[in-house]
Design a protein around this ligand. Structure first.
Ligand code: PMP
Length: 372
């Protein structure tokens, strides 16, 4: 069976697993402990992982705050900024094609008296910077726009969007879960980005660990926000809780490998994507259409409409040879709101399938598509 649902999650690389095992067995110390080597070794492992994650983004090490994953990272930023800056304003701007871990937090914040603007998107799910400019008011405290869409792969123009926010003195958060480790991100080139969320299990690391990058000023002070979790004061009092050392170590190793192989992996994913699209096009001819753009996107995510075929029936039938999905696994029970937001009618949405490749998929493996 060929696994083509890498936007949902990825397999753990053997190197990542091996590194994690040490911290699940012999090196089980609590990094916050003191005076003995088990604690010191665990603390050194956390620091090493932080170095690897910061290198992936070319950020400062102090700007990396470990969390349990992107859902927590998004919650932390949206709720934390909303609470901390409620005296400045109560308006948040986001888009209709965000992940549920942003949209549902916004809906929750609306019940607490915040006002949320949900920006429309174009036919590929991208936000128009002009519309963002127009939506900002003197009450706006935060803008949250996804970097690369998890169902379509389209990239937003984060540089322009974040600069608009910087000019207006508004914090800008981006959910970079699907792009981290797949496209080059140079944190210094995006001074308007205040916060960035990411997750290890989308880059061949473990589930249950991720990070928020928080912009620091020239004195090394991070933008202040109300913590989601209070307690032992880990992660500079921003995210309390005993460190999940093995997970953080696994994240660090996955980030190290993703950074080392970024250029080659990107090119390979582009090649695989082209093969996948060509094979589908030659097999299904006029009976398919591509919902994804073919440029300015995350390589390896292809959303295809199989005209006249129900996606759930198709995927079940294909499941012995190919694993793919109808869209986000975090909202898989309902027809995709992302595809509806780009203008597809319900029938077309129910005919659409997302294939998502891994840099570790081989060209040979894709040959299985000939059996379709
Ligand atoms: N944001 C995006 C864009 C995602 O694709 C996902 C994973 N489906 C998440 C957030 C949630 O990440 P996690 O599983 O680490 O909580």
């Amino acid at each position: 069976m060929l696994y083509l649902d890498n936007s949902a999650t990825t397999s753990i690389l053997p190197e990542v697993k091996d590194k994690m095992l040490t911290y699940l067995t012999t090196e089980f110390g609590n990094p916050s402990g003191k005076y003995y080597s088990l604690a010191e070794t665990a603390d050194a492992a956390i620091n090493e992982a932080r170095t690897h994650v910061s290198k992936l983004f070319n950020s400062k090490e102090i700007e990396v705050i470990f969390t349990s994953g992107a859902t927590e990272s998004n919650n932390m930023v949206l709720k934390g900024v909303a609470d901390r800056y409620s005296d400045k304003g109560n308006h948040i701007i986001t888009s209709k094609t965000e992940h549920k871990a942003v949209l549902d937090v916004c809906e929750y914040l609306e019940t607490k008296g915040y006002e949320v603007t949900y920006l429309d998107v174009d036919q590929y799910g991208r936000v128009n910077p002009e519309e963002l400019s127009q939506a900002i008011t003197s009450n706006t405290i935060l803008v949250s726009i996804i970097w690369g869409n998890n169902e379509l792969g389209s990239l937003n123009d984060i540089e322009t969007l974040s600069n608009i926010c910087k000019e207006n003195n508004v914090f800008f958060h981006t959910d970079a879960t699907q792009v981290a480790g797949k496209i080059e991100i140079d944190w210094d080139s995006f001074p308007g980005v205040s916060f960035l969320s990411c997750s290890a299990h989308k880059m061949h690391g473990p589930k249950g660990v991720g990070a928020v990058l928080i912009r620091s000023d020239q004195y090394g002070k991070l933008i202040s926000l109300t913590p989601l979790l209070h307690g032992g004061g880990q992660e500079k009092n921003i995210r309390s809780g005993t460190y999940s050392v093995h997970n953080i170590v696994g994240f660090g190793e996955a980030a190290r490998i993703a950074e080392e192989k970024l250029v080659g992996n990107h090119a390979h994913l582009e090649e695989l994507e082209q093969i996948l699209k060509n094979t589908l096009a030659s097999k299904f001819k006029d009976n398919i259409s591509f919902n994804s753009d073919d440029k300015n996107k995350i390589p390896g995510i292809v959303n295809v409409r199989f005209i006249g075929l129900n996606n759930e029936i198709l995927l079940k039938k294909l499941s012995p040879i190919i694993a793919a999905s109808t869209g986000s696994s975090c909202s898989s029970t309902k027809p995709s709101y992302v595809l509806q937001a780009i203008g597809l009618d319900i029938k077309s949405v129910r005919e659409s399938v997302r294939f998502s490749l891994s840099p570790y998929t081989s060209i040979k493996e894709l040959g299985i598509l000939d059996e379709l």
